[in-house]
Design a protein around this ligand. Structure first.
Ligand code: ADP
Ligand code: TZD
Length: 580
């Protein structure tokens, strides 16, 4: 009888036992619910199990050797897809390593979420010396678009939803999400847990421009004698490729792409004024900025770069506070680029004046002259190679493969590649961006390869490459189709500087001479090439692309070929002071 009683009293208890879930599962479930399928990160206390679980639950976890590069991969994935890229790190030092990438993402308007584990609040707030103790939330705030912390398992859904919205709505940016260790192991009723998750609806709502702002912009454009359209990476991000092409072609206005907007229309487009950049910036009397800021990359909209001709600016941007940030904007159009450009296209009727033949003719004349000059420079075959002859070889191979993603950093390597390598498709060029930061190379390459599943060619200065070189192992581990080309000129900018004291230490800009970067990738099973002539470089790049394997080409460049700071010589304090 006692047995029967026990059996009958136990059975119902077991049937009623609530199914439990925990913080680990809820984080993964919330990300998956929002169609996020990849995490870039680096494991350790307290997030190793989170990474394991993500993989077990069918997400892709790409593990890096340093968090900055995981963060950069997440940021570029966000830029390519309009979905926030996710970077996962451990507490304090791991978080700080990721923070550079978060700040860079925010600066460049790339949507990403840095998720870091953190140590116990009670101990951190009393500064009692926890393992990897740090007040990460407050450290992140100045460098992020938004920063949140979740303390209770039932708030994970809200935390992830807010982070997604903050990253992609309005002007995109980097978001920090703090997950204390205790939260991850907190348990709660599984059903209630599932019900607490949020599938974000319309994360980046369209923002229609006001009709009067569109009319004002059209009126300003109509009054122009020498109009110009300037496309920035905001225009590339917006994925309004067809509308932008229609605006350019229907209006007939010449355009200039900023570096990462190259390929939004093919660089070979008849209306591209890239080869006459200085001329059009100086001579234009009306400039329409589409997703481009008048920051240092555009000389703040004033000074010698912009010439003496008075300018009127039209600016299309999602962020109203961007307007008038450097010079007066005659016609701001605030909204998402797709909606704004569509509204402008609709307003271009038969009465809309085509740019005069005088203006387009002058641009074409300047273009042809500059292209001829460039062709002569590119045709030279100095030994050792210089930037131009090496880039000519790369350009000719890439021309046959417009689908290839191009990553680019360095000083001279960046400046020359930007103008010599044509792009033909949108969102295929990823570079040092708004900060002119070194170190994006391998992170962006991995992010682009994982996101697109397609070939990446990274064109890297030897100094620039060094910031993320250890990620070659990551590239080999995941067998990614990334070909890294190191422009090896023995140093930062060049390799010829000498220590004026005659002492043993080399000059601050100089590296080990004749290093063989190709040997580095061989250590991890990748394929290395050494190229000392354009022919060798062409052959190596063709082989690399054909293999679809992790490859590295050590391109030997004349160590005297580079200029200090590339084209930014004027920003060096000493040269600036000497000019005064
Ligand atoms: P670039 O460096 O190519 O000149 P910036 O990064 O300076 O480009 O500028 C990008 C601009 O695009 C930012 O001001 C940002 O607010 C804006 N932007 C980004 N996405 C959108 C969008 N979907 N619609 C409108 N503006 C956008
Ligand atoms: N550190 C970081 C994070 N970003 C930077 N931009 C710099 C340092 C300074 N810097 C540049 O602006 S370019 C550059 C550095 C160190 C490297 C230039 O040398 P390189 O390229 O070998 O990469 P070139 O083609 O030889 O000029």
């Amino acid at each position: 009888m006692a047995d029967v009683l026990e059996a009958t009293t136990q059975a119902p208890v077991e049937a009623k036992a609530p199914q439990m879930t925990d913080g680990f599962h809820l984080v993964i479930d919330a990300l998956k619910l929002n169609d996020i399928d990849t995490i870039f990160g680096l494991v350790g206390i307290p997030i190793t199990d989170l990474a394991r679980l993500a993989q077990a639950e069918g997400m892709r976890f790409i593990g890096f050797r340093h968090e900055q590069h995981a963060g950069n991969a997440a940021a570029i994935a966000g830029y390519m897809t309009q979905k926030p890229g996710i970077c996962l790190t451990v507490s304090a030092p791991g978080f700080l390593n990721g923070l550079t990438a978060l700040a860079n993402a925010t600066t460049n308007c790339f949507p990403m979420i840095l998720i870091s584990g953190s140590s116990e609040r009670e101990i951190v707030d009393l500064q009692q010396g926890d393992y990897e103790e740090m007040d990460q939330l407050n450290a992140a705030k100045p460098y992020a678009k938004a920063a949140y912390r979740v303390l209770h398992a039932e708030d994970i859904g809200v935390g992830i939803a807010r982070a997604i919205r903050a990253a992609v709505s309005g002007r995109p940016g980097g978001v920090y999400l703090d997950l204390p260790a205790k939260l991850l192991s907190q348990t709660m009723d599984a059903l209630k847990g599932q019900q607490s998750l949020i599938k974000v609806v319309d994360a980046a709502p369209r923002q229609l421009p006001s009709p009067d702002s569109v009319k004002r912009a059209l009126d300003v454009m109509k009054s122009a004698k020498r109009p110009l359209i300037l496309l920035g990476k905001g225009a590339a991000y917006a994925q309004a490729d067809a509308q932008i092409r229609e605006l350019v072609e229907k209006s007939g206005i010449p355009y200039l792409p900023m570096s990462m907007a190259k390929g939004l229309l093919p660089d070979t487009h008849a209306q591209s004024a890239s080869a006459a950049r200085s001329f059009v910036l100086q001579e234009a009397d009306c400039v329409m900025l589409i997703g481009a800021r008048l920051n240092w990359l555009l000389a703040h909209g004033k000074g010698k770069t912009w010439g003496a001709a008075p300018k009127q600016f039209v600016q299309i941007d999602i962020s109203p506070t961007e307007i008038d940030s450097n010079v007066a904007i005659a016609a701001p159009v605030i909204g998402d680029i797709g909606s704004c450009v569509s509204a402008l296209v609709a307003g271009i009727d038969a009465n809309f004046p085509k740019p005069s033949g005088e203006w387009t003719g002058a641009i074409n004349e300047r273009k042809n002259k500059n292209l001829e000059k460039m062709a002569a420079t590119l045709a030279k075959n100095p030994s050792p190679m210089n930037f131009h002859s090496a880039l000519r070889a790369i350009r000719d191979v890439l021309k046959t493969r417009p689908d290839i993603n191009v990553v680019n950093e360095g000083a001279n390597t960046l400046d020359y590649a930007r103008s010599i390598i044509d792009m033909y498709e949108p969102r295929k060029r990823f570079d040092s961006g708004t900060w002119g930061i070194m170190g994006i190379g391998m992170g962006f390459s991995i992010g682009a390869a994982v996101t697109s599943g397609q070939q990446v060619v990274a064109i890297e200065g030897d100094s620039a490459f060094g910031f993320s070189g250890m990620e070659l192992e990551t590239i080999c581990r995941y067998d990614l189709p990334v070909c890294t080309i190191v422009f090896n000129n023995n140093g930062v900018y060049r390799g010829t500087d000498v220590n004026p004291t005659g002492g043993k230490d080399v000059a601050p800009t100089v590296f080990v001479k004749n290093a063989r970067y190709d040997k580095m990738i061989e250590a991890f099973g990748g394929i290395g090439f050494n190229a000392t002539t354009p022919e060798e470089l062409t052959h190596a790049l063709q082989e690399a692309i054909k293999s679809g394997k992790p490859t590295l080409i050590n391109a030997v460049i004349d160590e005297a070929a580079g200029t200090e700071s590339g084209r930014l010589t004027n920003l060096n304090p000493q040269s600036a002071a000497m000019k005064k």
